[in-house]
Design a protein around this ligand. Structure first.
Ligand code: AQP
Length: 368
């Protein structure tokens, strides 16, 4: 990447007055970081409306997002443009977007404390993505694990959008000058590339974007019910956040445990049991974890008994979320209102940052 700095001499950058870029400085780790005019770091993360929100999304992302609400300026987006890189039914998309909004609000994204919006309602995302594509190296995109994996999964539809997905993702984040990006482990590589894109842009056109960093939680890689792959909408190995307990039980009861435990009398190793490692550890209190561990290693409890205790503990977390979601569903206009307000607020900031980036690139009128 060329280090030359573009000159904007002779052009008239049109930057909104309220915009203050003086807040960019390096954090204690040395990453260029943006603080807003209230001294808060901005957070961005997204979720695709590709299907039912599952407990992998909840433990790896949404429950982590909630921890940022009080002390950061948070932007969360239902990234529908990303979702169109896989085959889908257009008629189903509006309901999927609505369902994603409901699940996220119900799971703790308090609209009074964050901006929740739909990506395609803020067209600045795709414009910045184009600009970023000119400072993104082809070879870097080709190395992305998710691209390689999805290309294998959908051989008949390896579209360009799938390839440039991380460029749009970089635009999603950097359009808000977000420095903190809470994601699951599968997205860390993309966030590192977004940081690289910011660096490439800054080196070429001047310091506009922060060097965003990924923040992963303890539930950064929740395995699916198959016990082998990451829980994933497209793999059909999920437990939905809004799924009723009877339906969860139908999935949990036959799910794989430690293979040593053929009968109750066979002792097991909890570390080799997906039910313990992926679910109990995140939903059950310490005393129940101890009960499960002792019961398993000492062959004192059966796997079904262990799963029933897990179901009870899951219900303590998921029950209230489901209830809240049902209430929201009964008031769709309120959900729509949250999304409309979110898009308006997001757009204001997005337009300002895009104008700054365009000015840095010289994409402005010659001064008359
Ligand atoms: N299994 C998981 N464990 C931990 N975190 C996860 N995330 C997804 N699956 C897990 C995190 O959830 C956030 C939103 O993800 P997304 O909507 O972009 O979906 P995804 O990663 O594409 O999810 P899926 O279910 O795997 O969808 P498909 O099958 O359509 O690709 C992200 O922060 C992600 O890391």
């Amino acid at each position: 990447m060329s280090k030359s700095k573009a000159t904007t001499q002779g052009v008239a950058p049109i930057l909104p007055k309220h915009y203050n870029k003086a807040m960019m400085k390096r954090d204690e780790k040395g990453y260029l970081t943006y603080w807003n005019d209230q001294g808060k770091i901005r957070v961005f993360s997204g979720i695709q409306p590709t299907g039912e929100i599952h407990i992998g999304n909840y433990l790896g992302a949404i429950s982590n997002w909630v921890t940022f609400l009080d002390d950061y300026e948070c932007f969360f987006s239902i990234v529908d443009h990303h979702a169109t890189t896989v085959a889908y039914e257009p008629g189903e998309m509006p309901a999927r977007i609505f369902d994603a909004a409901v699940a996220n609000i119900a799971a703790g994204l308090d609209p009074a404390k964050c901006t929740l919006f739909v990506q395609s309602e803020v067209p600045e995302h795709t414009e910045l993505a184009w600009m970023f594509s000119t400072v993104t190296m082809f070879g870097d995109l080709g190395r992305m694990t998710q691209f390689k994996q999805k290309s294998r999964e959908q051989e008949e539809n390896v579209n360009v959008g799938l390839f440039t997905y991380p460029v749009l993702q970089a635009a999603d984040i950097l359009l808000y000058k977000a420095s903190a990006v809470p994601v699951g482990e599968d997205q860390v590589q993309h966030i590192e590339l977004a940081r690289e894109i910011a660096r490439n842009f800054n080196a070429r056109y001047g310091e506009v974007f922060p060097e965003c960093q990924a923040y992963v939680s303890e539930g950064k890689r929740i395995l699916g019910l198959d016990g082998e792959n990451k829980m994933s909408k497209s793999l059909g190995n999920t437990i939905g956040v809004l799924e009723p307990p009877e339906s969860i039980w139908k999935k949990l009861a036959p799910a794989k445990t430690d293979e040593r435990r053929k009968r109750k009398e066979d002792a097991g190793v909890p570390e080799d049991c997906n039910i313990y490692m992926s679910y109990h550890r995140h939903f059950s209190p310490p005393e129940d974890l101890e009960w499960a561990r002792k019961g398993c290693t000492g062959a004192k409890i059966g796997c079904l008994e262990c799963k029933k205790r897990l179901l009870e503990n899951m219900e303590k977390v998921l029950g209230p979320i489901r209830e809240k979601a049902e209430n929201l569903r009964a008031r769709p206009y309120e959900v729509n209102d949250v999304l409309s307000r979110g898009a308006r607020k997001a757009k204001k900031i997005a337009a300002a940052v895009l104008a700054e980036a365009k000015a840095a690139m010289g994409l402005v009128r010659l001064k008359a």
